[in-house]
Design a protein around this ligand. Structure first.
Ligand code: GDP
Ligand code: IMO
Ligand code: MG
Length: 423
């Protein structure tokens, strides 16, 4: 059963899309298991750049089955825009299915995301405002609309009207917002449902059969470990489970069917949105990394916060997702920085800890403990083998392996499919 889970090991945007696209060359099925169009996965191939939000990053190969699993929250409008984008660029998306159990993001979810963020004032989470949290809230509250109800027009009309009434009470009475009108949306959403209906399937059954047949399956993570609802920097997290454990719940297969877990990691750290970030840089090095690494969100375009590599975080991801290896991206971005720092622990009350703290108050009072390493210079984007990397880059990678207790199996030296060194 050659099945591989690929997850983000930091705060998202580690380059998961690129790694999935590379590994998909030898896979049969690519599955998204969690999150929604809060994700933005960039793939560069054949001289083109694609930004994927809901469609799995295997779609650029015509023969791969792409699955949107039951754990994904689907904004039908956003998905159709993405499918139209692919169609206009000559990419066939017929080889995609959506699990009938997936929950649908409705206009009131998007409205409530914006209203709850603004009501939080300065302590807002910095969400992508795509309605992700409110949709997962309805799922947990057992009032959400699932794909199979969405495509049944009679059921959908009833459920949409009922839900909208309740949400309008919250929108107007709690937040003082403008109520949404059923009539303004219903025809539009019914037409989306008609277009998406052919994609619906019991994806859990399809996936199980593919795995049993010995097909190679890739599980494409979204977001990252520290955005996990349970294990991340709560409450500055998303509302799903980006760790490897989330894959089983989000696709309907059991843990004994997973062969390998790969973490995708950046050679430094970034975060978009609010919340603590111990190794954040506020100086010209941070700015240099942001500009050179083009650290601007693939979904919202927001500037990403940048900082030194934090081994405490990646070690935590190795533990919480049982990672077998990591793919280390963006090593090329760190070229020409004379001295690099790696965070090897956090100092708190005179003690150094290496287990990522569960409390944000503890995290806030931690001071990162750094180890300094010699940098390297020159453009790495045309390096074609691991041996061809500068010796200091190899030392940096080896130190990351020691500190995070994991093997680095791939090294990224550029955004393209071809700029990936296998070790
Ligand atoms: P994802 O959400 O994890 O798929 O990552 P994003 O696509 O949001 O952000 C990663 C960014 O880094 C994208 O712009 C990628 O094209 C780019 N990228 C990925 N790997 C590398 C790499 O090794 N070097 C460079 N320079 N860019 C990379
Ligand atoms: P990919 O898959 C980076 C962040 C948001 C915010 C928090 C909650 O591209 O790595 P949400 O809209 O999910 O309720 O926002 O989570 N966030 C991401 N940050 N990459 C992502 O996805 C993210 N998805 C959500 O910025 O801080
Ligand atoms: Mg992204």
């Amino acid at each position: 059963m050659p099945t591989k889970v690929v997850i983000g090991a930091q705060w998202g945007d580690e380059g998961k899309g690129k790694i999935i696209d590379i590994l998909a060359a030898n896979a049969d099925v690519v599955v998204r298991s969690s999150g929604g169009n809060n994700a933005g996965h960039t793939v560069e191939a054949n001289g083109e750049q694609y930004k994927l939000h809901l469609v799995p990053s295997g779609i650029l190969y015509p023969d791969k089955l792409c699955i949107i699993g039951n754990g994904v929250v689907v904004d039908p409008k956003a998905l159709l825009e993405e499918l139209d984008m692919f169609a206009s660029r000559g990419i066939d998306t017929k080889n995609m299915i959506i699990d009938a159990r997936a929950h649908m993001i409705m206009p009131y979810h998007i409205e409530l995301d914006a209203l709850s963020e603004s009501s939080r004032g300065k302590s807002d989470i910095g969400t992508t405002k795509r309605g992700i949290g409110p949709c997962y809230m309805d799922k947990a509250e057992r009032s959400g609309i699932r794909m199979h109800e969405f495509v049944d027009e009679t059921v959908f009309r009833r459920r949409f009207r009922e839900n909208m009434e309740i949400k309008n009470a919250v929108i107007t009475k709690i937040y003082g917002g403008q109520e949404l009108k059923y009539e303004d949306y219903i025809d539009e959403y019914v037409s989306y449902a008609q277009r998406l209906a052919p994609y619906m399937a019991d994806a859990t059954a399809v996936l199980y059969k593919e795995i049993k047949k010995g097909k190679e399956v890739l599980f494409e993570g979204a977001q990252g470990t520290l955005l996990d609802l349970d294990l991340g920097t709560y409450p500055y997290v998303t509302s799903s489970h980006p760790i490897s454990g989330g894959v089983c719940v989000g696709t309907g297969i059991g843990p004994t069917m997973i062969d390998e877990c790969i973490g995708v990691v950046k050679a430094y750290t970034t975060r978009v949105g609010k919340g603590p970030f111990p190794t954040e840089l506020f100086d010209e090095t941070g700015e240099y990394i942001r500009n050179k690494g083009f650290e601007f969100g693939a979904t919202t375009g927001r500037a990403r916060r940048t900082g030194w590599f934090d081994a405490v975080i990646v070690d935590y991801a190795v533990r919480t997702s049982s990672l077998n290896s990591i793919a280390l991206n963006k090593v090329d971005t760190l070229s020409d920085i004379p001295k690099l720092k790696i965070c090897v622990g956090y100092e708190i009350n005179g003690k150094v800890i290496t287990d990522f703290p569960y409390s944000l108050d503890t995290l806030a009072s931690c001071t990162p403990v750094y180890e300094e390493m010699e940098g390297w210079s020159g453009d790495l984007t045309s390096v074609t083998s691991y041996d061809g990397l500068p010796v200091n880059a190899k030392r940096y990678i080896s130190r990351i392996e020691e500190l995070c207790h994991v093997r680095v199996s791939m090294v990224g030296v550029g955004p393209n499919r071809s700029q990936n060194l296998i070790r």
